[in-house]
Write a new protein. Structure first.
Length: 402
């Protein structure tokens, strides 16, 4: 019961078609109504930048959910196992062994050293489009760059990535979201089964070596109780998450530049803005819209107390449009400074590939500005419908070489 005179917070349904298509009008409504919104059964959404930024680093929130939690209706078989083992769903003390190795592989230093390789790959991928005047920003640019780079850093063969790994990784991605529709569960389980078998084949030819590449190092620090399965499941997770953020950021950016020709001309005139442009695209349409936590202790947000055991959804996309922090948040400004967005999360559970995504974004938008004189939509972009990810299936572009 609600006490007399006390108004319930606004409610939003993350699965409603209008929110999946464009969540930002709903975000504006719930953000204006208060710092919390009702998000689902026994769960709260945190709407404002100040609170989201603070709670991303709050140890009173856990990544580990009870297996019976109704918010996480994942694929019932293999997905439940892998969800229990992967680093993002484990608290820092539990995952430090593997986390240290993965942080090392995706460190800012490694990302910076990859810049030249990324630039050469982007140039190679842009050449056919410059010849034909047509380019799909998803299939011809964003995916092959992001997936090739992450597979190289992990130590997976790149040759099988496009035809075999990508479609299954995309299907698997749906298993890592709350509220998984029943119709998507069989495909997620089938994709996961294939990917686990594929990674096991790769690992069978590797050896535990604390001084080797990422796969060798992960084998060297694997939990004896879990064995190779712990490594398998975390590598499978990297197959998806390692490129998803970058791919979505590049897609959002190309659509924004095509729809806002003034910003495209600004980038063409000053390619040094490529880095701030990439940050702005992450803010404007966050690749991952929210991150889920479990309250371990009472947490006060505004005038309300979130009780232990409640699910807490930190609405990254909503916080990134907070008018108290970002001037004219619905407009893309490729030179926006400062830009304290939370699109990569934050704290110890922040996006593992944030440094790599920043380098990839800066290089890709720099090369677009230097290689192309014109960039326009050749047909309406096609979205991948998802409450969690802001991703595209296709972005047909008409391009003119410089």
């Amino acid at each position: 019961m609600t006490p007399a005179g006390r108004v319930l917070p606004a409610r939003m349904d993350p699965l409603s078609p209008e929110v999946v298509a464009d969540p930002y009008p709903t975000y504006a409504r719930v953000r204006a109504a208060g710092p919390l919104c009702r998000f689902g059964p026994a769960s709260w959404g945190v709407t404002r930048h100040r609170d989201v930024a603070a709670l991303l680093r709050d140890r009173r929130l856990s990544n580990t959910f009870p297996e019976e939690d109704p918010q996480f209706r994942m694929a019932p078989d293999l997905s439940r196992d892998v969800f229990r083992r992967i680093i993002p769903t484990r608290d820092p003390d539990d995952h430090s062994r593997l986390h240290q190795q993965m942080v090392r592989a995706f460190s800012p230093g490694v990302a910076r050293r990859s810049a030249q390789r990324i630039g050469a790959l982007v140039d190679e991928l842009l050449t056919p489009g410059c010849d034909t005047g047509r380019l799909d920003a998803v299939a011809d640019l964003a995916f092959p760059v992001a997936a090739s780079v992450v597979c190289e850093l992990i130590g997976l063969p790149v040759a099988r990535t496009r035809a075999e790994v990508w479609p299954r990784a995309a299907a698997l991605g749906r298993a890592f979201t709350p509220f998984l529709p029943a119709a998507d569960r069989p495909a997620a389980d089938a994709a996961l089964s294939w990917l686990r078998g594929y990674v096991r084949e790769v690992l069978a030819e590797r050896r535990a070596d604390p001084d080797g590449d990422l796969l060798d190092r992960m084998l060297a620090v694997a939990d004896p109780a879990e064995g190779v399965e712990e490594v398998v499941d975390n590598v499978v997770f990297l197959c998806f998450t390692g490129y998803e953020t970058t791919m979505n950021m590049v897609c959002t950016g190309t659509v924004a530049l095509a729809r806002q020709p003034d910003e495209w001309r600004r980038l063409r005139a000053d390619p040094s803005l490529a880095g701030t442009a990439a940050e702005e695209f992450v803010r404007f349409d966050a690749p991952i819209q929210y991150t889920a936590r479990l309250a371990l202790e009472p947490i006060t947000v505004g005038e309300r107390v979130i009780r232990p055991g409640r699910s807490v959804f930190l609405l990254l996309g909503c916080a990134n449009h907070d008018e108290e922090v970002f001037a004219d948040p619905g407009r893309v400004d490729i030179g926006r400074r400062p830009n304290p967005h939370v699109g990569f999360g934050g704290g110890v559970r922040g996006c593992l590939g944030a440094a790599l995504a920043r380098i990839e974004g800066a290089v890709i938008f720099d090369r677009l500005a230097r290689r192309l004189a014109g960039l326009e939509l050749a047909a309406p972009p096609e979205r991948e419908p998802s409450a969690l990810f802001r991703s595209y299936a296709s972005i047909p572009l008409a391009v003119t070489p410089a």
